[in-house]
Ligand binder design. Structure first.
Ligand code: GDP
Ligand code: ZN
Length: 448
């Protein structure tokens, strides 16, 4: 495939700040004039060359390594030039300005990846995996993003799509040919094939869920009365002294967020202001934010002082009902009760001490269970909400198709197969719109 004519874009590809090396990346349909003006003699394709980068007066801006990848064998599929100079913000800025002076346009965030996608070098799920790899907060998350980037996720989706297309062709051919649905729909093989597709979709769904969990993490919000030990619990979970622990009730006025990892699962813990009625406007604002955070939690940790746990019973009525609850009776070092974990219907009760750490591991295990995180699930690939959503829609359409098998309506069945196929196509980017693309790529970092 030859890439259509596009203007030339440039950006600093290395992160802001000082470093040993800084990279300016340029991509476009025609780099000829830029190569000449900047480097003199054009660089040899796909060879590292130590060269001088020149300004308009022929003076040296910097010296460094030049890498030139002519189209189509480059990341974007266009001609790509990389200038590896010294990693200082000012020298890189001069180099970038020189590129702009020579006709480049400053690249938007994610625009190099977007071009790679538009030029067919990557599909959409792979392009998203680049951002996920860069954003990974745990080793497991990075590995799953790498798997998606290498195309494992896309390959699963393509395989499903091929099966769907074959099935649809078969169903549609029968409709056209005979106008008589009965033969087709009594075909047991058809029901079997749809069942097989549903199973395959479920397997992908499980892996994608694990992938989405690794990407987004799990959010636990700590609530409780002042002095119950909320900040101490956050510190105990993170193993660091982050939150301010004091004996004055009402110290934690704003939300404190901390991201840690539990066996590879990114866990976001939010410590809220103590929930109590207050006249202090600042504290009241803290309480309002606390309620917001609670409403958006994946799980709530309600902390009570084990010596007078009944004091927090009143708070129970205030918590959002639909969010899983773990009740924590803290300070067991003061009561002599052993650490324990019990599960009563939807509520988990843990007795622990944030001070001594006794029982903290029980809580960690329970959070992992509640998150549905299965460490070491074979072949997990990174996935996003939009992927899970598309998988769900494909699943629903296939389930409908299965129903139509029994009501003997082949046209409707074919229509559902088409819907499922389109939903899967959204994942890899065969069916997308401008809005979706700009939403995806604008969240990338600049120079990527
Ligand atoms: P918060 O207001 O709910 O955030 O409570 P803090 O974490 O600030 O703790 C309030 C007080 O209880 C502090 O003096 C802590 O040292 C103390 N505390 C917290 N957890 C424990 C515990 O497990 N055992 C004991 N003995 N004291 C604790
Ligand atoms: Zn606190």
């Amino acid at each position: 495939m030859t890439a259509p004519e596009r203007d030339t874009i440039a950006a600093i590809a290395t992160p802001p700040g000082k470093g040993g090396v800084g990279i300016v990346r340029i991509s476009g349909s025609d780099l000829g004039p830029i190569l000449g003006a900047l480097l003199g003699r054009p660089p040899r394709p796909r060879h590292a060359e130590f060269r001088r980068f020149r300004d308009a007066a022929g003076r040296t801006i910097d010296r460094g390594i030049v890498l030139y990848f002519p189209a189509p064998s480059s990341f974007t599929g266009e001609n790509v030039l990389e200038l590896h100079g010294h990693g200082g913000p000012v020298v890189l800025d001069i180099l970038l300005r020189r590129a702009l002076e020579l006709g480049c346009r400053l690249a938007r965030p994610g625009e190099f990846s977007e071009r790679a996608y538009l030029n067919g070098k990557l599909d959409l799920a792979q392009a998203e995996a680049i951002a996920d790899l860069i954003d990974s907060s745990t080793e497991e998350a990075a590995r799953s993003a790498q798997r998606s980037l290498q195309g494992e996720f896309s390959a699963h989706i393509h395989h499903l799509q091929e099966r769907l297309v074959r099935l649809r062709t078969h169903v549609e051919a029968t409709i056209d040919f005979s106008g008589e649905d009965i033969d087709l729909l009594e075909n047991a093989a058809l029901g079997h094939e749809i069942g097989g597709l549903l199973d395959e979709l479920d397997t992908i769904d499980t892996k994608a869920h694990q992938g989405a969990l690794l990407r987004e993490g799990f959010t636990a919000v700590i609530a409780g009365r002042p002095n119950a030990g909320k900040s101490s619990l956050l510190n105990a979970l993170s193993g660091r002294d982050l939150a301010i622990v004091t004996e004055i009730p009402g110290t934690t006025r704003d939300l404190l967020r901390e991201s840690l990892q539990l066996g590879g699962l990114p866990l976001h813990v939010v410590d809220t202001a103590g929930l109590r009625d207050s006249e202090d406007p600042i504290e009241r604002e803290g309480i309002r934010r606390a309620r917001d955070a609670l409403a958006n939690a994946d799980c709530i940790l309600l902390v009570s002082d084990a010596r007078h746990a009944e004091a927090s019973d009143a708070l129970l009525a205030d918590l959002p009902e639909t969010i899983p609850l773990i009740r924590i009776f803290n300070k067991i070092d003061l009561t002599g009760v052993p650490a324990s974990l019990t599960i009563d219907r939807e509520t988990t009760v843990v007795h622990l001490s944030a001070r001594t750490g006794e029982g903290i591991d029980l809580l960690r295990q329970e959070i992992i269970r509640r998150a549905g995180y299965e460490k070491g699930t074979e072949g997990v690939f990174s996935a996003r909400r939009r992927h899970l959503d598309a998988i769900q829609r494909a699943r629903a359409a296939l389930a409908n198709a299965h129903l139509y098998l029994h009501t003997k309506t082949a046209e409707l069945l074919a229509e559902e197969l088409h819907t499922a196929q389109k939903a899967l196509g959204e994942i890899t980017g065969e069916f997308t719109n401008e809005d979706l693309l700009s939403r995806i790529f604008s969240s990338f970092c600049i120079g990527k």
